[in-house]
Design a protein around this ligand. Structure first.
Ligand code: SF4
Ligand code: SF4
Length: 146
């Protein structure tokens, strides 16, 4: 008889402990989102792939085609090209590509840029089925960005 009541008590107690966890979870704010219908705000410190920053004053990038980022990149994933143009001081940027398949997110390019022209983008939905889909034209991207 004693064993019966002991078992009954243990069962009821474990039920109460379980209910406590359930009720606590019921009143805890929801942190999950219904992705992909709902999108999250990423932290400003999030490091996506590198991108040229759009200068709000000029409406274009701040790259002076010095090539420092390309030389500094340990993975050889940046290609920068420029050309001399009539009336333009220095070289005008004609090509800036990133092969994101090789990027290690080391940040050397961002840190070395003398004009602060590079930063990490906020894109987190980067998926593809071919390597070429991760070869980015950063000039095109900066021009298309509002
Ligand atoms: S973050 Fe590092 S690996 Fe990636 S492009 Fe810049 S320098 Fe190269
Ligand atoms: S280091 Fe900066 S200014 Fe120089 S090529 Fe790279 S992005 Fe342009």
């Amino acid at each position: 008889m004693k064993a019966y009541f002991s078992e009954l008590f243990t069962g009821a107690w474990s039920l109460l402990v379980g209910m406590k966890v359930t009720i606590k979870a019921l009143f805890t704010p929801v942190v999950t989102v219904q992705y992909p219908r709902q999108k999250i705000e990423v932290t400003p410190n999030y490091r996506g792939h590198i991108d040229l920053i759009k200068d709000p004053e000029t409406g274009t990038h701040k790259c002076i085609t010095c090539g420092a980022c390309m030389r500094e990149c340990p993975s050889d994933c940046i290609v920068v090209e420029g050309e001399k143009r009539e009336g333009v001081k220095g070289k005008a940027l004609t090509l800036f590509t990133l092969d994101y398949t090789k990027c290690s997110h080391c940040g050397a390019c961002v840190e070395t840029c003398p004009t602060g022209a590079l930063n990490y983008c906020q894109d987190y939905e980067v998926a593809g089925s071919a390597r070429e889909e991760f070869h980015y034209d950063l000039i095109k991207r900066v021009e298309e960005r509002v």
